[in-house]
Design a binder for this molecule. Structure first.
Ligand SMILES: [Ca+2]
Ligand SMILES: [Ca+2]
Length: 436
């Protein structure tokens, strides 16, 4: 068995080596001329599309600085030197496994889209489009146009170092699985991940939304920054996603992070939602979420707003809600005696609304709750209905003696079913892994 494996490996190695040996680099330049044989350094192609046609699978296409696509900006691709993919509604079609790079980076290499077209349509697996400092700026088009689209049948696409400036349309729609989307800038519009096992890391979104589609699965959203989104910053549907170390700041409307629709089983780890107009973290659906180490600061509404249509057990560990416009933590939906939220080592500090607002059942332990305005009533915990009960022992309330008037926060609403005994004497340190 071992011998047979070694033999198979040798065959694979020979095959890979022979492909690598054959792989060529084709040149594209604004000074080039398209032909069936263009691509050498002495006779570069004019268009990326012609180089794709001339390339063999595994080749690299190296694109010089300048303008590609709708060169004369008249809204069509019928003029000399303009891209001609041969497919309606697609400005550039990547139909083979190729590595497509710019020589000088996104700052000086621009693909101008037209109408409602997909600017870059990736129809093959194992495509690389851009690398760090070797990407493209993709911009232009009318409402309905898309910066980049990956066909659902295409897998293992790498996109790096690009600027998608889709002022009139969608930033991207990524079908297929196992892509790596790193170090790109997404300006305006929405990037929607529709596939599985996609890594989205170190991207910058400005006035844009990062979304996962209804059927998406196991998307890793890591270390991205989302600024000034016009809607929700990170808008999640689908299952099993990991959302960690992202910062969503200054959203103009809607939540920083939202989980709704088909969203289920999401891990929110060490994210920051700051100064968004809506809630910091808004979870409206699903079960099995993990919510650990997150900070919601100075958002317009609640820091953490978790509203389920059916009772759902959820544990919030090491999360801080500070200085938000409404309650620090809000649980307005149903809970029952076996499915309710538990807050451990969390902090609700200085929120305009209540520290924690809930109806039904809740457990809060080893947490810090004080300095909340409580809508003028100094409420650390506000229990909105007599139904259920709250176990809130071993918390710090702003005074060693527990809930009460300033400097402590007090209990509000149905206080008879809140057990706030055994208060702690000092603040609990919330060990968050990431702070600005
Ligand atoms: Ca034109
Ligand atoms: Ca107080």
């Amino acid at each position: 068995m071992r011998r047979a494996t070694a033999g198979s490996l040798a065959i694979v190695c020979v095959a890979v080596f022979s492909v690598a040996a054959r792989a060529a680099t084709l040149q594209v330049s604004n000074l080039g001329t398209d032909s069936g044989t263009c691509g050498s350094s002495t006779s570069p192609c004019r268009t990326i599309s012609q180089a794709i046609t001339n390339a063999a699978p595994g080749d690299t296409i190296l694109v010089g600085p300048g303008l590609y696509g709708d060169v004369n900006n008249d809204g069509n691709l019928a003029d000399p030197g303009e891209e001609s993919s041969g497919m309606a509604g697609k400005t550039i079609v990547v139909s083979k496994p190729l590595v497509i790079l710019s020589r000088d980076g996104a700052g000086s290499t621009v693909i101008r889209n037209v109408g409602t077209a997909d600017a870059v349509y990736i129809a093959a697996s194992n495509v690389t489009f851009g690398k760090k400092a070797k990407g493209f700026t993709v911009r232009g088009g009318l409402p309905g146009s898309v910066g980049v689209r990956i066909d659902p049948a295409a897998n293992n696409v790498t996109m790096m170092g690009n600027v998608f400036d889709n002022h009139a349309g969608g930033a991207g729609i990524l079908g297929g699985n196992s892509h790596s989307v790193r170090n790109n800038w997404w300006l305006n519009g929405t990037l929607t991940i529709d596939g599985s096992s996609v890594l989205v890391r170190d991207n910058l979104f400005v006035a844009a939304t990062l979304a996962t589609g209804v059927g998406s699965n196991a998307v890793v959203i890591d270390r991205n920054q989302v600024q000034r989104s016009t809607g929700v910053g990170v808008d999640l549907q689908g299952t099993g996603h990991t959302v960690r170390r992202n910062v969503v700041v200054a959203g103009l409307s809607g939540a920083g992070f939202r989980c709704s629709g088909t969203c289920s089983g999401v891990a929110f780890l060490d994210n920051i939602a700051r100064r968004n107009n809506g809630h910091g973290f808004e979870v409206l659906a699903g079960s099995g979420h993990v919510v650990t180490g997150n900070l919601a600061n100075a958002n317009g509404s609640s820091g953490f707003y978790f509203n389920f249509s059916t009772p759902t057990a959820i544990t919030l560990l090491r999360n801080t809600a500070a200085n938000n416009g409404a309650a620090g933590f809000t649980f307005p939906g149903m809970t029952d005696s076996s499915n309710y939220p538990t807050l451990t080592n969390c902090a609700a500090i200085g929120n305009q609304g209540d520290g924690i607002q809930v109806s039904g059942y809740l457990k809060v332990e080893k947490s810090t709750i004080y300095g909340n305005i409580g809508s003028g009533f100094n409420c650390g915990i506000n229990k909105l209905s007599g139904f259920g009960s709250i176990l809130a022992t071993q918390n710090f309330w702003g005074s060693p003696s527990g809930p009460g008037p300033d400097p402590a926060d007090q209990l509000c609403g149905a206080t008879s079913v809140i057990d706030a005994s055994s208060p702690l004497a000092t603040e609990v340190k919330v060990a968050q892994q990431r702070q600005p």
